[in-house]
Design a protein around this ligand. Sequence first.
Ligand code: BG6
Length: 523
Amino acid sequence: MESTISLDELLVCRLDTRQKKTTPSSLVIFGASGDLTTRKLIPALYNLHLEKLLPEPFLIVGVARRDKTSETWRNELKEAVAKYSRTGAPDENEWNKFAEKVVYLKGDLKDYSTYFDLKQLLKSQPDPKLVENVLFYLATAPGQFSEIVEQLSRCGLLKKENTNGMWQRVVVEKPFGYSLESAQVLNREFAKYLHETQLYRIDHYLGKETVQNILMFRFSNSIFETLWNRQNIDHIQITTSEKVGVGSRGGYYEDAGALRDMVQNHILQLLALVGMEPPVSLESESIRDEKVKLLKSIRRFDEDMTPAYAVRGQYTEGEIDGLPVKGYRQEEKVKPDSNVETYVALKLYVDNWRWSGVPFFFRTGKRLPLSASEIRIQFKRTPNVLFAAQCGPRLDANSLTLRLQPEEGITLRINGKVPGTNVVVRPVRMHFSYNAEFGAYTPEAYERLLIDALAGDPTLFIRSDEVETAWSIVDPIRKHWQDKPLSAEEFYKAGTWGPAIADSLLATSGHAWRNPSPPANNK
Ligand code: BG6
C-alpha cells in the first residue's frame, strides 16, 4: 500500500514532550477577584483542561477578600470564560468537569489565618501531593508580594529546601520593581524564602507563539542566520503600537508610563531574542544566559545623550477609527497636568561583535492608528551600480518582517521585475502566514506560561539578573524625563503615529520609520 504521509509530516520534530510532564499539584491564585484572573488565567486554565494538559489530580484555589462561595465564584468564572476565552462559551459537560477542580477561599492576605485555612484546605484533599506540589500565583499589587511569600513560608506551605521530589513555585506578575534599586530589594526579599529556581517572573510576551518562534526561526534555518549581523543588516525596527488608550488603568499607568509598562519588559525581551547569540543548548539557563549577555551589551544612556536617543510623547484628544477619543490627561484617574509618557521611541546600540554600529529603533505607544507588533530587519542596500545607480532611493532595500500580532506571519520583501516590455522594478513579498499554514489555532500566551510553570520549565520566565539588567537600561532615561514637564513637541494627536520628533530620531541617520500595514494587507 502506498504511504499517505507527506514529507512535511515525516519532518515534524517534537522537542518538548519531556518538559511538559506535570505532576499532581495545586494552583493557588492570590488576587482571585482581579481582572487578570477572570480575563486571562481562568480562560487559559480552562483551555488547558480542554487540551487535557492539566495535571491529574489538580486543584485551583482562588484567594481574595470578597465574601463569596465557591459556587458563586465558579458561576462568575463561567461567564468570564464565555467572554474572554478563545474557545468561546464553555461546553456544559466540560465546564462541570473543570469546575469540580475550582475552589474559592475568602481571606485577607495580611492575616495569618488565611494561610492557615489554605493549608487546611490543601491538606484535606485526598491526594497528599496537592499540598506538597503547589504553584502560588501572585496576581496582586506588587506591594503585597513580600508579605505573601513570608506568610506562606511561616505556615510551611512554601519551603526553600525540598526533598522527595516535592516542589513549590511562585509566579509573579509584572511590574517586577519600579527601578533597578526596587527590583534588587524585591529579589532579596524573595531570596529569603525561596530559591531563584522557584521564582517565575512573567513577561506575557514570551508566551506568545510568534515570540517563541523568533529563536526557532533564527536557529533552525541556515539561510537567515548567516545574514544576521552588522555586515548585512542596516538597522532593526521594533514597533508595538496599540489603538487603545489607558482605559480604566489610569491609576496604574500614572506610576508606570510606557517606559516601565512596555519597554523595560516586552520590548527589551524582543530585542534580546532578536539579537542574542546562539545558546549552547536549548536548556533554559543557556537561553537566559545569552539574553542577559545581549542586554548587558546595550550601550547605556547617560544624562547628556538621552535627548538624541530617546523620545517620549503623550496623546491628546483625536480620532481612532473615525471616532473621537479623549486625550490622556482627560482619562479616568489621570492628573490633568500629568507628564506621564504614553509613547516612547528609542535608538539603541548593541556594542558587541555582531551588532557594532547597527542601530536598533523601537517605538511603542497607545492611541496609535493601529494595533500591531512587528520586528523589521532592514537589510543593507545593494551597491550603487546597475539598478541602484539608476533608481537611487526608489530601489528599496530588502527587509524581513516578523509580524507578532495580529495576522501573525513572516514577510520577506524583495525587488522584482514588473512583467512587461518596459524595465520596471518594484517591491514584491514572500509571505508566510500562521493562519494559512496551521489554521487559526493560536494558544493564548498564558496557556503556555501556566503549563510551563506547572511543569517546572523556566525558559520563558525572566531571571533575576535579566530583570535587573533591563532596569539598568531604562533607569537613566526615566531619571532624565522625571520632573521635566512635557514640551509642546512631545504631544501627539490620538490616531497619529506619535510625535514628529520621533521621526527626527531616525532622520538624523538617514532612516525612517516603516509603519506596520493594516490587517489583511501584508506589507
Ligand atoms: C501589558 C501592558 O503588559 O501589555 C499593557 O501592561 C499593554 O499596557 C499590553 O496593553 C499589551 O499586550 P498585548 O498582548 O495586548 O500586546
